[in-house]
Design a protein around this ligand. Structure first.
Ligand code: SF4
Length: 134
């Protein structure tokens, strides 16, 4: 009887031991961290952009251009036909015109009225419109 009693007393202790043992297995160390991803294959260097072809220089507006003639365009404002284009006033010139797409001191710049053709800062036409005061 003493043996049986000891056995019965032993069962709860053994059960706890078994549960503990099983729990330890579940607490096994986590799997090693995932291996570092293989380095990505180096991207092939992008093809070097083709050298941009230099933009063709803008065409210069000439006094013989049909539209220029109709608007009294001249390369030098002082030569404006004041009889035919009485709107001309002393001091008016392309560099001071709102359509002159360049710095006021630029020798030439595109003019929006003439499709971006270059006009000299000293030029003039009857469409002159003073740049707004800054
Ligand atoms: S619109 Fe202005 S910038 Fe163009 S040609 Fe005439 S005066 Fe010059």
């Amino acid at each position: 009887m003493a043996t049986r009693r000891k056995f019965l007393q032993f069962i709860p202790v053994a059960g706890v031991a078994v549960v503990a043992a099983c729990s330890k297995k579940e607490e096994a160390p986590a799997a090693p961290a995932e291996a570092a991803p293989a380095p990505a294959a180096e991207a092939a260097p992008a093809a070097a952009p083709e050298a941009a072809a230099p933009a063709a220089p803008a065409e210069a507006l000439t006094e013989t251009d049909a539209q220029a003639v109709s608007l009294g365009f001249v390369l030098e404002a002082a030569k404006a036909d004041k009889t035919k284009f009485p709107t001309y006033a002393e001091g008016q010139k392309c560099s001071g015109c709102a359509l002159y797409a360049g710095a006021a001191d630029a020798a030439t710049a595109p003019c929006g009225l003439f499709g971006g053709k270059l006009v000299p800062g000293a030029g003039w036409c009857s469409a002159f419109a003073a740049k707004p005061a800054a």
